[in-house]
Design a protein around this ligand. Structure first.
Ligand SMILES: Nc1nc2c(c(=O)[nH]1)N[C@H]1C(S)=C(S)[C@@H](COP(=O)(O)OP(=O)(O)OC[C@H]3O[C@@H](n4cnc5c(N)ncnc54)[C@H](O)[C@@H]3O)O[C@H]1N2
Ligand code: MOO
Length: 406
């Protein structure tokens, strides 16, 4: 068996070597994509010192002479102001440039407009009040979004705010999906005795789409070597293929020999629970970069967790994301156990499904890897080292499903 951390260290450098193709797209089409080159700002934001309020631009020193001033100019947003005449104030609106010579803004609620058009100020102004300084958001030349960042709504808006209309992004990965098992039926059809519904595929379709992959599925593949080999071959034009089931040790488990026929198996049996019989390898493609292969266990919880803990960071790295973003281990936090766990697995690290509220972790009662409801009714997993027992009050490393899928 391979330790999980050793497996990750074996996988990640391979993913980092992969160079996805780059395309340049308009901002409207880049949501969820990974940026292929850091974007610098050619301008400062804001461009000019500007007002944060509707009100008056004033010179503080003038208030030694009194509290009532005539208005010498009107500055709406978008207009270039004249220098502020001494002994006067300027009517100004939110976002409008500060006139040279003004050193504070007074909001209009703190003033009274007199019948003769002059303005009475209720209080002395505060130096620099309500002036938003040029460049206080973004300096000229600053990197605004780093290469490898996923372009979420705010980052796309940041690019827009510096006038960039199109950016280079990595081409989405093509993920191939197959689920093995002669006992499987798709939802919508009725079950014969001994059959079960295929649910694993539906976890992956959702997660892969959330990760921005283009997904192609061949669906259910019966438990025989020939059909498994054919399914692998038919998906080999993808960047990676994920299969479920058939990776254990029984005679009905054909995935490993099938991968060995069409490519190479690099790892099998990981010291983690759930998820032990996971396999990793490659499907050969003459003269092209490899098609990576993940054989995940059939048990629904094992398949979903192995996906989040092993496949997800690999796909993130293939997609061009940086290692710190991809490594969920650095995002683990400590929680306090409110449960007891006295029957640890002595050889594998265990991931227990728990519900965490205010830093307190309660255990989902049924930790079987066949119980899919456990994933819905827990918030994440705590990681135990092989042989580790838990008593209430113990501090445990925890990662939420939300954090795993970031
Ligand atoms: N003698 C041994 N038996 C098993 C071992 C072992 O080391 N020695 N490992 C166990 C562990 S751990 C796991 S996990 C499972 C994984 O086995 P497979 O990956 O070969 O999966 P299958 O046997 O094909 O299926 C397991 C289970 O999951 C259900 N399943 C399969 N596909 C789907 C799907 N698409 N949607 C929903 N459910 C699915 C399947 O019906 C089985 O109930 O092996 C243990 N055995
Ligand atoms: O490790 Mo298996 O994945 O227990 O369920």
């Amino acid at each position: 068996m391979i330790e999980l951390d050793d497996l990750l260290m074996q996988l990640w450098p391979q993913a980092q070597q992969y160079k996805p193709a780059i395309e340049t797209l308009p901002l409207q089409q880049v949501y969820g994509r990974v940026l292929a080159d850091s974007q610098h700002s050619a301008i400062q934001v804001p461009q000019h010192d500007n007002s944060g309020m509707d009100g008056y631009a004033v010179r503080c020193a003038d208030f030694l002479q009194g509290m009532v001033f005539p208005v010498s100019q009107r500055i709406p947003a978008g207009k270039t102001p004249q220098p502020l005449e001494p002994g006067t104030v300027a009517r100004i609106f939110t976002g409008a440039p500060i006139p040279p010579g003004a050193d504070a803004i007074v909001m209009q609620e703190d003033t009274v407009l007199l019948d003769d058009g002059r303005v009475h100020f209720n209080h002395l102004p505060k130096l620099n009040a309500w002036i938003r300084r040029a460049g206080e958001d973004i300096a000229r030349g600053q990197v605004v979004v780093e290469m490898g960042a996923t372009l979420n709504a705010v980052r796309v808006a940041l690019l827009a705010s510096i006038g960039i209309a199109e950016v280079p992004v990595y081409r989405p990965l093509r993920a191939g999906v197959m689920v093995t098992g002669s006992e499987l039926k798709n939802p919508g059809s009725s079950l014969e005795p001994g059959q079960i519904y295929n649910s694993n595929e539906f976890v992956w379709l959702g997660l892969l789409k959330q990760m921005g992959c283009e997904v192609r599925s061949v669906g259910i593949v019966p438990d025989n070597l020939r059909a498994t080999v054919e399914a692998l071959k038919s998906l080999s034009d993808c960047d990676l293929v994920i299969s479920s089931g058939g990776v254990s040790v029984g005679e009905e488990d054909h995935v490993k020999p099938a991968v060995e026929q069409v490519g190479e198996l690099q790892a099998w049996k990981i010291a983690m629970k759930p998820g032990k019989p996971m396999a990793f390898g490659k499907i050969d493609r003459a003269g092209q970069s490899p098609c990576w292969f993940f054989g995940l266990p059939g048990n629904p919880v094992s398949s979903a967790l192995a996906f989040q803990l092993v496949v997800k960071p690999f796909v993130d790295l293939l997609s061009g994301q940086s290692l710190p973003t991809a490594d969920w281990r650095s995002r683990m936090v400590q929680v306090t156990a409110q449960f007891e766990w006295l029957r640890p697995d002595t050889r594998r690290d265990e991931f227990l499904r728990v519900r965490v509220e205010s830093g307190m972790a309660t255990l989902f009662a049924n930790q079987s890897s066949g119980v899919l409801t456990s994933l819905d009714q827990s918030t994440g997993v705590v990681r135990l080292k092989a042989g580790q027992t838990v008593t209430p009050g113990d501090a445990l490393p925890y990662v939420s499903y939300q954090e795993l899928m970031k």
